[in-house]
Design a protein around this ligand. Structure first.
Ligand SMILES: [Zn+2]
Length: 234
């Protein structure tokens, strides 16, 4: 028996009895809080990372956490985003890249993709990063270049999400927030894009800072219009 089938048998025996009420209730419908868009990489597990249960996250996964621009029409990604925002009314969308991403490595070295024409075609949705790769990126060490490319791709794909009409509409209404994250395989930490600093910062720091500023602000709440469209609002 493979480990995968053994795992299912163990799930049936040990886990299912514990979570039976939750799992049965989900047969009646779902109301996930968030859409999580991330890479297919086996080393990143969205539910483990966010300590979420079945029913909590609507998930899109593909090589490179890529979202084709909405001008490409109906793709698996654009349709799933539309469904998540319009029908499920998720309140947050996370675009989560990760360090050491093989897809981003392929974008850096297209010659290595000669036997993978479909992967090469798929990565065309990140091709606008080519100028950076050939310019500023070319002056960095190989590891720095890949790490920064992962961040830039995460931001680019977040912009593709933002430009989708259903998302734009929900952002304008203030019913949706966008988050750009990079998960670090090295230490299990998350770096979140902080729009005010225009850089990625440790998620813990972003959360701490937000809580601190809320204490200082006391009862004064920023007008909704100033929050609309922000990538990060912790
Ligand atoms: Zn990846």
């Amino acid at each position: 028996m493979t480990r995968i089938i053994q795992g299912f048998m163990q799930f049936r025996k040990d886990v299912l009895p514990e979570k039976e009420t939750l799992i049965r209730s989900l047969a009646n419908g779902q109301s996930p809080q968030a859409l999580f868009i991330t890479c297919s990489d086996s080393r990143l597990n969205p539910n483990l990372l966010t300590q979420t249960e079945p029913g909590d996250l609507f998930i899109i996964r593909n090589a490179g956490n890529i979202v084709p621009p909405h001008t490409c029409g109906a793709t698996g990604e654009t349709a799933t985003i539309e469904y998540a925002v319009q029908h499920l009314k998720v309140r947050d969308i996370f675009v989560c890249g990760h360090t050491h991403c093989g897809a981003m490595g392929g974008l850096l070295k297209p010659e290595a993709l000669s036997g993978l024409p479909l992967v090469r075609g798929w990565l065309s949705h990140a091709e606008s990063l080519r100028d950076w790769i050939n310019g500023e990126g070319s002056r960095m060490s190989a590891s720095q270049r890949l790490a920064r490319l992962v961040e830039l791709n995460t931001l680019l794909q977040t912009e593709h999400v933002r430009a989708q009409p259903t998302v734009k509409n929900a952002l304008e209404k203030g019913t949706l927030r966008l988050h750009s994250w990079v998960y670090r395989l090295e230490d299990g930490m998350v770096q979140a894009f902080d729009q005010t600093k225009n850089s990625f910062v440790a998620l813990e720091d972003a959360v701490r800072q937000k809580m601190g500023s809320e204490v200082h602000k006391a009862a004064s709440v920023a007008p909704l219009s100033s929050q609309v469209g922000q990538i990060v609002d912790y």
